[in-house]
Design a protein around this ligand. Sequence first.
Ligand code: ADP
Ligand code: MG
Length: 317
Amino acid sequence: MIELENLGRRYRDRMAVEGVSLTVAKGEIAVIVGTSGSGKTTLLRMINRLVEPSTGLVRINGQPNTALPAQELRRGIGYAIQGNGLFPHRTVAENIATVPRLLGWDRARIRARVDALLTLFDLDPALYRDRMPQALSGGQQQRVGVARALAADPPILLMDEPFGALDPILRARAQADLRALQRRLGTTIVLVTHDMEEALTLGDRIAVMAEGRLQQYARPAELLTAPANAFVRDLLGSGDPALRLLGVQDLATLVEAGPAEGPAMAVDASMRAALAECLWSRRSALPVSRDGVVIGRVTRAALEAAGGRPLDAGGVA
Ligand code: ADP
Ligand code: MG
């Protein structure tokens, strides 16, 4: 659990961040979203003490983040930034091994971890382990950047616009990868973006920042149905709210018993993805699976009805 208490940072005569208090629950993805210069990066970097606060404090699992020397604190917190931040003169494997080396892991353990992460990110270790970063595509470099941040299995991962340099297709894939990985590892993630769609797709909770201040901290469905002020509403932009709600709620609340034909949808897929699949494959119901096992079905009628009653149990705790 990460708690920010009245967190602030002054630069010269201006507060880049002011009075931010919020809690990120263990195993959740919190997304910080806001326009350029709103204080997102400053806020994120106060968590791992790359920036020291002028006011307030950060607690991690109840302990102030000043309890450990900053270097040591950072070994337990993964950090991934836009443009991946890979060391250009080190191989993929050496890049990924950075933190495990600092932690003094032995060679065999490091090697096994590097190969496991490369495999996880769909990069054949035999092909990619010894390449230099510039011999990889942008999307591959970005995946190596995230693999490096995850190398020592940190319970917390901070990500600053990690997908900013990717084209829309790679970006969607990277988001889906991250979500799946996070569910599997239970990592607590704080991710910064200026893209509200990305925030809605990835966030269990979303913190909206403007001019250094927190405007709203809420679940995606709540943000869509009850934006706190005009700024949040503007940042949400246009688009049919009912349809967007389908995009942020998973299938869990709509699963029922009954027959359905064809390939299954995973229960953590969005309602919007399931509705699209019904329409494309002309099916009135889809099997729903969890960990590859079919647990029931979801009907097109239920999906359409869900789009019409936005504040259902699905997204709001
Ligand atoms: P964001 O990530 O939302 O774009 P930042 O946190 O990077 O915003 O910056 C917030 C404000 O703080 C901006 O006005 C920026 O110019 C200022 N700022 C950030 N870092 C520094 C710094 N090291 N020195 C002076 N001003 C800074
Ligand atoms: Mg920034």
